[in-house]
Design a protein around this ligand. Structure first.
Ligand code: SAM
Length: 254
């Protein structure tokens, strides 16, 4: 019987955020496949987990995947973890997962933290529908095209960003999104956790006196929707001019 591939969510900063179930699985599996073994070693030491660690990342996935698949086919169970949060979410694992599915290996997700939902839930921006875009492209032309398209999105938008690019990104957001509200969720679950709210311009002006630092997730308000006014039914007092003037749109305040 083949083993199981567990996709295990781990903390995005605060080590207390490991679930009981994730802890048990990390202890019980034969191998933990980690994006960076030194990073995951810290988590294992904190929790007294002695399971063998092996590295699994984008640069070794092609040689490592067949090895891990063979181990699972022999009956061993493997936990896939990333440096922070949920594997496969802007993190390695997709290559292994898809091949495990093809091989008929059982895949079990062990849910845990992710910067996406952690940032969204405290952002104060609409949570009923959202669009996660991961990291923006690095090349300026591609970035502009993506941001231009995102500016038309009605749902709340979530992006990952790095401190050294955030100022440039805020400048571009200011161009494409104007005064739209956004939130920089910084250092979530850590000592210096902070939610910076405002327009791109307002947040940029704060960065004139201090340099951006730490892990950051951006949550941007969606484009306000326009709504057609309901058409009036034809009745005794109906005039053609009314039907034309009804066909207007107005902006629904968020
Ligand atoms: N798989 C992870 C998840 O589920 O959250 C995301 C991994 S992605 C490679 C790393 C990015 O996530 C960082 O550059 C940052 O944008 C965001 N991130 C990770 N930890 C964070 C934290 N503690 N606070 C804010 N953003 C964080």
């Amino acid at each position: 019987m083949s083993g199981t591939l567990y996709i295990v969510g781990t903390p995005i900063g605060n080590l207390e955020d490991l679930t009981y179930r994730a802890h048990r699985i990390l202890q019980e599996v034969h191998i933990i496949a980690a994006e960076d073994t030194r990073h995951t070693q810290k988590l294992c030491i904190h929790y007294g987990i002695g399971t063998t660690l092996t590295s699994y990342h984008d640069f070794n996935k092609e040689e490592k995947t067949p090895v891990l698949l063979e181990k699972m086919q022999e009956g061993q169970s493997i936990a896939l973890v990333s440096d922070a949060g949920t594997p496969l979410i802007s993190d390695p694992g997709y290559y292994l997962l898809t091949r495990a599915i093809v091989e008929g290996i059982t895949v079990v997700p062990i849910p845990g933290p992710s910067a996406i939902l952690t940032a969204l839930t405290a952002s104060g921006l609409p949570t009923d529908a959202f669009r996660y875009e991961g990291f923006l492209p690095k090349k300026s032309g591609a970035r502009s095209r993506v941001l231009q398209a995102l500016a038309e999105e009605h749902r709340t938008i979530i992006l990952f960003e790095t401190p050294h690019r955030i100022k440039a990104t805020l400048g571009e957001i200011q161009n494409f999104f104007g005064t739209r509200q956004l939130v920089i969720a910084r250092e979530l679950t850590k000592t210096y956790e902070e939610m910076i709210r405002g327009s791109a311009e307002e947040i940029l002006s704060n960065y004139k006196t201090q340099n951006p630092k730490g892990e950051m997730t951006l949550v941007i308000g969606g484009k306000p929707k326009t709504k057609r006014q309901p058409k009036r039914k034809m009745g005794a007092n109906y005039h053609l001019s009314e039907s034309i003037s009804d066909d207007k749109t107005h902006v629904v305040p968020e």
